[in-house]
Design a protein around this ligand. Structure first.
Ligand SMILES: NC(=O)c1ccc[n+]([C@@H]2O[C@H](COP(=O)([O-])OP(=O)(O)OC[C@H]3O[C@@H](n4cnc5c(N)ncnc54)[C@H](O)[C@@H]3O)[C@@H](O)[C@H]2O)c1
Length: 352
């Protein structure tokens, strides 16, 4: 993996939460990037203990206060990977002027997100939200190609996810009013914003699967409205239980001069995943699809990115941190608009 930060920017990390994402992605990715983890805390001490053994983390802290002491002594940054409902109360216990990376989503709704932003500003935290898809190797390659003008003006982005997701992995999702958009499609909303900016408005419908009625929603259709000749769409179905042959997980970006199609392999066999891919077609090069080797996948190669950015931002306040809470709040606005659109419903036939 390429050097992500300079030695003088490097900080040790302390982790709050020892759940699946920390074990499956954060810690393997930090090992890959050469980031040092000094300690870990989880309300479930057995999980913290097992995680520390598995990854050789030197300290398991029994309280959050112990972790804060450890972080202070070693000048660490925080890495928080908790259910969204636990973010505000945990943030409130962290010392002023800390650096912290918070797993997405930024709270359970926009009211939470605004409060999180307020706490970050009040405590002068340098803070980011872990929208790491922006750092996936195929996404980085797409951004380079777009910035170089190779596909012309981007006017259409389509995200299509037709997979079978093991929702039982996340017990905390079963009691909450917002699931699919807030916990999953949020990644694509954030990604689309990173390419197209903020939409003017949103049309959305998020619904249940008849075999998963206990989850608030597991399928969504979202249209991000960018005006007359530009749009983005996200279509997700996490209940496709008919074998891998017809499963799909891709982002397609169309420009005036070419197009890019990327497979997001992790969704196809979460969290183990299939490989990510990158294909492109450029009109002036004969409209034939080419493959680019992108060396790595969203899971796990994207995960060092938001942490490296945080370390850079802590060292240099002028650094443009693409995963900052100040940017992430706008992704939460689009998530909120999507849920509101879904609640309000479409144009009723009885009214026309
Ligand atoms: N960025 C991604 O691609 C991605 C992928 C999966 C999950 N996530 C996010 O990561 C977060 C955690 O997900 P997960 O899959 O690891 O869930 P998980 O249920 O496996 O783990 C959550 C852990 O948090 C602990 N915990 C809960 N409240 C706590 C508190 N107040 N203090 C300390 N520990 C506490 C639990 O004991 C548990 O071990 C979620 O917000 C989820 O959205 C992000």
């Amino acid at each position: 993996m390429a050097q992500l930060i300079n030695p003088e920017e490097k900080r040790s990390i302390v982790i709050i939460g020892a759940g699946s994402i920390v074990n499956d992605a954060h810690l393997p990715a930090y090992r890959l990037a050469g980031f040092e983890v000094a300690g870990i805390f989880d309300l479930d001490q057995a999980k913290a203990g097992l995680t520390s053994k598995k990854f050789g983390i030197p300290r398991v802290c029994h309280t959050l206060a112990d972790l804060v002491d450890l972080a202070h002594g070693k000048n660490c940054v925080y890495d928080m990977a908790l259910p969204a409902s636990a973010i505000i109360s945990t943030l409130a216990q962290l010392p002023n002027d800390s650096g912290i990376l918070i797993q997405k989503p930024m709270g359970e709704n926009l009211t939470d997100a605004r409060q999180i932003l307020h706490i970050c500003h009040e405590k002068r935290l340098t803070a980011g939200i872990n929208f790491q898809l922006r750092h996936a190797p195929n996404v980085v390659a797409a951004r380079k190609m777009i910035d170089e003008g190779q596909i012309g003006e981007v006017h259409d982005i389509e995200v299509r996810i037709n997979v079978f997701t093991p929702w039982n992995n996340w017990k905390f999702l079963f009691d909450i009013p917002r699931v699919e958009i807030l916990y999953h499609s949020i990644h694509y909303i954030d990604l689309i914003r990173s390419f197209m900016g903020d939409p003017q408005s949103v049309y959305a419908k998020t619904i249940k699967h008849p075999k998963m009625l206990e989850l608030a929603s597991t399928k969504s259709s979202i249209i991000l409205d960018y005006g007359e000749a530009k749009r983005a769409t996200i279509n997700t179905n996490h209940g496709h239980e008919f074998g891998p042959e017809k499963q799909e997980s891709f982002v397609k970006i169309e420009g005036t001069e070419g197009a890019i199609k990327m497979q997001l392999g992790v969704n196809l066999n979460y969290p183990k995943g299939l490989p990510d891919t990158f294909e492109y077609s450029i009109i002036s090069e004969g409209q034939s699809w080419q493959t680019l080797d992108v060396n790595g996948n969203w899971f796990i190669e994207a995960f060092p990115g938001p942490m490296a950015g945080l370390m850079k931002k802590v060292k240099n306040p002028d650094y443009t941190y693409i995963n900052s809470v100040e940017d992430a709040i706008h992704t939460m606005e689009v998530v909120e608009a999507s849920h509101l659109s879904s609640d309000r419903g479409g144009t009723k036939l009885s009214e026309i």
